[in-house]
Design a protein around this ligand. Structure first.
Ligand code: ASP
Ligand code: MG
Length: 411
């Protein structure tokens, strides 16, 4: 018998019928004799609703109070799921993140897990109970309620799986797994049966929303095998695990995001230490930076451009305002017309033909490349936002095609 951590996302518990359906699934595992820890998200769009209430009642809500508010969403779900289980004769108990022993840093709204005290969960498991834990939350050493950042229930589940040394972690969602591209954009996109932690981490980082980035990193660090699959069908989904390196470099997926903003600083001083000052300020405001381009110097001036996520736009604007007090520049432009497309796969950078094929595919559809960045696992291009979908389809056709079977690995 296994110890399994399951996570059900907001769409899987969006209404009472869905909660009953989840309870039925949990019951099957429990009856089969598995030990089960079930992590749930807030029902449907609850977190968004709570956030918008906060922002209508207060122009800049204190982050501690935001956490107090947002954490209630998950509490509703755990209590209702336990009641549904009770009705089906399953012995279960609900816990908040704090009660489950999840201790975090005090950085409200994006706290990090520092420790999980698992004894209480283990005791209930020994008693034969299903333990239902509120996702996305924890508490500080001072008993303040914290949340782990949007999509944080994935991290709760993967962290609990690591701390409990679970056999594996199942992430139940409304799609069948991780796809070679967003199926809403590429109708021929296919499910990837196995993907490595590194590749999944790149994809999460590049905007694939199926698994939170920190959850992937946690799983990799502690060797937790993660199975991303649909709540509503029995089919196998995608296994995220250590996949042995393939000889053949292969583009595994095409990822895209429209949620980016390009920032251009025109006419910054062309002298040592300027890039350091710029990125020091951005780092002080914890702005996540992706691509960076610095132009060739023109006499005493040069330009610096970088890309931030839309989520960080507010912080980036405040950081640039601060920067204006530290260095001089002629002008700043915030360009909101761009999107980012990437191809992902281990070893991509070691084969120059792949970059060539990517750029010529974009040239063929006439999409102008504004910026490029690469790592060993991906090549990303910034292109006009209105060309993103067409580019994703063209790249998917070039690298992945329609009928081909993906053979890579699995253990
Ligand atoms: N309910 C939270 C959110 O919507 C956490 C989660 O769903 O993972 O971001
Ligand atoms: Mg979610």
């Amino acid at each position: 018998m296994s110890l399994i951590v399951q996570k059900y996302g907001g769409s899987s518990v969006a209404d009472l019928d869905k909660i009953r359906f989840v309870a039925e699934k949990v019951k099957k595992y429990w009856q089969a004799g598995h030990k089960l820890v079930v992590v749930v998200s807030a029902m449907g769009k609850t977190t968004d609703t709570l956030l918008s209430m906060a922002h209508s009642i207060c122009s800049s809500p204190p982050e501690r109070e935001l956490d107090m508010l947002l954490a209630t969403g998950e509490q509703v779900s755990v209590a209702l799921l336990c009641m549904a289980l009770f009705d089906k004769g399953v012995s279960a108990i609900s816990l908040t993140g704090g009660q489950a022993g999840i201790i975090t840093t005090g950085m409200h709204t994006k706290a990090k897990i520092v420790h999980i005290e698992v004894s209480r969960i283990l005791r209930y498991l020994e008693e034969g109970k299903v333990v239902v834990v509120a996702g996305f939350q924890g508490k500080t050493a001072n008993e303040d309620i914290t949340t782990l950042g949007r999509g944080g229930s994935d991290t709760t589940a993967c962290a609990l799986a690591a701390a409990l040394r679970a056999d594996f972690c199942e992430i139940y969602t409304d799609v069948n797994g991780v796809y070679t591209a967003d199926p809403r954009v590429v109708p021929g996109a296919r499910k990837i049966p196995y993907i490595s932690y590194d590749e999944m981490s790149e994809m999460a980082n590049l905007g694939a929303k199926v698994l939170q980035l920190r959850a992937v990193d946690f799983s990799q660090r502690y060797g937790v095998r993660v199975h991303v699959r649909s709540t509503f069908c029995e089919e196998e989904g995608t296994w995220v695990e250590e996949v042995s390196a393939m000889e053949d470099v292969k583009v595994k997926a095409v990822t895209h995001t429209r949620e980016v903003m390009k920032v251009v600083l025109l006419g910054v001083p062309n002298q040592p230490g300027v890039a350091a000052s710029i990125f020091k300020v951005l780092s002080d405001f914890s702005v996540f930076i992706d691509m960076i381009i610095q132009s060739e110097g023109r006499g005493t001036e040069k330009d610096v451009a970088f890309v931030v996520t839309k989520e960080d736009e507010g912080k980036a604007r405040r950081a640039v305002a601060r920067l204006g007090e530290i260095i001089s520049f002629r002008e700043v432009k915030f360009d909101d017309s761009m999107g980012k497309i990437s191809i992902v796969g281990a070893g991509i950078a070691s084969d120059p033909r792949i970059a060539y094929r990517m750029f010529s595919t974009l040239a063929r559809i006439g999409a102008n490349i504004d910026m490029i960045s690469t790592s060993n696992l991906r090549i990303s291009c910034l292109i006009p936002r209105d060309r993103v979908e067409e580019a994703v389809r063209a790249l998917h056709e070039e690298f992945i095609g329609e009928g081909e079977v993906i053979l890579n690995g699995g253990s």
